[in-house]
Each structure stands twice: as structure tokens, then as C-alpha cells.
Design a binder for this molecule. Structure first.
Ligand SMILES: [Zn+2]
Length: 122
């Protein structure tokens, strides 16, 4: 086995992004796949712990760290939220964000008594 293939073998065993497993619980599978493709279109205007303002195509996602609020509005988000799910825009922003930061938000959204909530703009 060459040195190069050893490196490739090691890469194959790297743990998958833990966000995907968590997001999989709150995002329908096909939608999560589409979110993955949207990650490259996420543009952060602000990406701090206290405030995140991100654009995904023509939609914005605002994450207010102080209030524990994820603010977003698209037609899909409203119907997804009724089922306790995230739309592809919010999922894409969470995938594009710093991993530790995103995990806090996802865990907070998923927890029964979580500190985070989704605020859908009508
Ligand atoms: Zn959306």
C-alpha cells in the first residue's frame, strides 16, 4: 500500500459532520440534500455569536444569539415549521456556519425545553 492510499483510507474514516445527523432529525432527507447544495450560495453579512445575518439566494436568515431566535421567512418554512422541521435555507445557513456555533443552535432548536426557537416571518 502506498503512502498516498494510506492517507485516502484515513480520510474515508473521518467522522461525518455531526450537524448532518442532527439536522437529519429536523429536516426531511430530500430537503437536507438540497440544503447541502445551497451551502455554497450562503453569504454572511454578519457571523458573530450574538448575531448572524446570512443571505441564501433571495432569502435572509437572521440568527439572534441573545434572544435564541432564528428569524426567517419563506413559503416552505411556514409549512415545515408546523411539522417542527427546518426549510432548506435555514439548514444551509447552519451547515455554512462555524460547526460549534451551528451545533449549539441546532441542539437548542431540537431540545424539548431548548433555548432556541424558530420565528417564521409571515
Ligand atoms: Zn426557507
Amino acid at each position: 500500500m502506498s503512502e498516498k492510499s494510506d492517507i485516502n483510507a484515513a480520510n474515508d474514516t473521518v467522522d461525518p459532520d455531526p450537524r448532518l445527523e442532527l439536522l437529519g432529525r429536523t429536516t426531511e432527507t430530500g430537503r437536507l440534500g438540497r440544503a447541502g447544495k445551497l451551502v455554497s450560495e450562503v453569504v454572511f453579512q454578519v457571523a458573530d455569536r450574538e448575531l448572524v445575518i446570512a443571505g441564501v439566494g433571495k432569502y435572509n436568515v437572521v440568527i439572534d444569539g441573545k434572544a435564541g431566535r432564528v428569524l426567517h421567512g419563506c413559503r416552505d418554512a411556514q409549512s415545515q415549521a408546523r411539522e417542527g422541521r427546518l426549510c432548506k435555507h435555514v439548514a444551509a445557513v447552519l451547515l455554512a456556519l462555524d460547526e460549534d456555533h451551528a451545533m449549539e443552535i441546532i441542539e437548542g432548536l431540537l431540545a424539548e425545553q431548548g433555548d432556541w426557537y424558530l420565528d417564521i416571518i409571515q
